[in-house]
Design a protein. Structure first.
Length: 121
């Protein structure tokens, strides 16, 4: 593969990763992925039992979180403006700069997200 096609693959992967992380955080009811804590995740075992990720990894409740000041700033920045529509797809497109996020059929075209942009057309 040429370096150009590899860079396109990496760029598409990063855009998709950012979009998925933003969707995950919004699914948790938060505006930014940095605000998601491990207590929101359960890890399943081979017998469909679950354990809190926080307990399983002996992780402190506030470990890995931004400072309180930074969390407030993230909430302020990521809040939609009062006159702005709050459609999640539009918000993802605006936040990630991904024009495909606005198109609801973009994921159903059969293209893998890590393919170079030239093959997505």
């Amino acid at each position: 593969m040429s370096p150009l096609s590899l860079s396109l693959c990496a760029a598409n992967y990063i855009v998709t990763l950012r979009k998925d992380l933003l969707r995950l955080s919004r699914g948790c009811g938060l505006h930014h992925p940095a605000l998601v804590t491990l207590d929101r995740f359960d890890i399943l075992d081979d017998r469909f039992g679950s354990a809190s990720a926080l307990d399983l990894f002996s992780y402190g409740r506030d470990w890995g979180l931004p400072s309180l000041e930074d969390r407030r700033e993230l909430e302020r920045i990521m809040q939609p403006a009062p006159n702005q529509q709050t459609d999640p797809q539009t918000a993802i497109a605006e936040t990630t700069g991904d024009p495909l996020a606005e198109d609801s059929n973009a994921e159903s075209d059969g293209a893998w997200p890590w393919q170079p942009a030239s093959t997505l057309e």
